[in-house]
Design a protein around this ligand. Structure first.
Ligand SMILES: [Zn+2]
Length: 297
């Protein structure tokens, strides 16, 4: 089912059409921009409808949207490399040191939840670092892999409706490149706020709608419909988080649009080496990552 929805950021309905794009199965989706600035797929396919796109080959086959065997060691290492970079840039390590010290003193490890954890690579990463690390994912195939093959604490289900998560109990909630897939980012951030302890942190990454996206248009690497439903600006996402009681500790942008390619030519490699640091420095990357804190209340 596909139906029109009010804007998730402002609840309004004043949309301007940007373009139409076909999904791999040939369905055409409309991408619009709200007067508040949020770019989104609207009308929107419902949860069941989008779910069909994640089944079968999504985690197995290399396309510009899925993964080249998500379960391979190579993909795992690349994913880990990216979140380690993000964690360093976001000042996470300082927070972690503080919280691990407190945990040792209190006798209980700090707790984390990775929402949209897929096979649980980040859950495993934190577990290895001494956290009581949990994850949740709607993909049964990916979550089962993490649970059964990696022995991780992963729930299969929807982050918003899962009742088996305790409010005000987590020191950290992470959302790695999953907010753009969610039907209501606002509800997801509100839920994260509710589950975090006051002072608890959130780390998230998502694609960023900026000038790279505007120049690339339909060919932008993250313009994948209907999996990516929302395309935030950094300012827009900060504002939404703030309204929900999550203040920004630090934010970064990264990614010039040159993806890491195995057999890239010399010129491509040179451009990537030059462009990646430049967009990061000028805060114009087409990805962004944020470190948020639940405001004490
Ligand atoms: Zn809006």
């Amino acid at each position: 089912m596909i139906h029109s929805v009010p804007c998730d950021a402002c609840a309004g309905g004043d949309f301007r059409a940007l373009f139409k794009k076909s999904s791999p199965t040939g369905e055409v989706f409309q991408i619009v921009k709200c007067s508040c600035g949020l770019v989104q797929v609207n009308p929107q396919p419902d949860v069941e409808h989008v779910r069909s796109y994640y089944e079968g080959e999504y985690f197995k086959k290399r396309t510009d949207r899925g993964y080249a065997d998500y379960y391979s060691q190579e993909v795992k290492s690349e994913i880990r490399r990216v979140y380690e970079l993000n964690l360093n840039d976001l000042g996470f390590i300082e927070f972690e040191n503080e919280i691990l010290d407190r945990a040792i003193a209190g006798g209980l490890p700090p707790s984390s939840l990775d929402a949209g954890c897929a096979a649980g690579y980040f859950v495993e990463y934190l577990k290895d670092r001494g956290w009581d690390a949990q994850g949740i994912d709607i993909s049964e195939q990916a979550a089962s892999f993490g649970r059964d093959s990696l022995g991780l604490d992963i729930r299969i289900g929807d982050f918003l409706s899962c009742e088996d998560l305790s409010p005000s109990s987590y020191d950290l909630i992470t959302l790695w490149a999953s907010l753009e897939h969610m039907h209501s980012p606002r509800k997801v951030l509100a839920r994260a706020h509710e589950l975090l302890r006051p002072g608890g942190r959130m780390i998230l990454s998502t694609c960023r709608y900026g000038w790279i996206a505007r120049i690339r248009g339909l060919r932008w690497r993250y313009m994948n419909v209907p999996e990516h439903l929302y395309y935030f600006s950094l300012g827009g996402l900060k504002k939404m988080a703030r309204e929900l009681g999550l203040e920004t500790v630090r934010s970064i942008t990264y990614g010039s649009g040159f993806t890491t390619k195995k057999n890239a030519g010399l010129l491509y490699r040179f451009l990537k080496i030059a462009a990646d640091p430049l967009v990061k420095f000028t805060r114009q990357g087409d990805m962004m990552a944020m470190h948020l804190r639940r405001v004490q209340d």
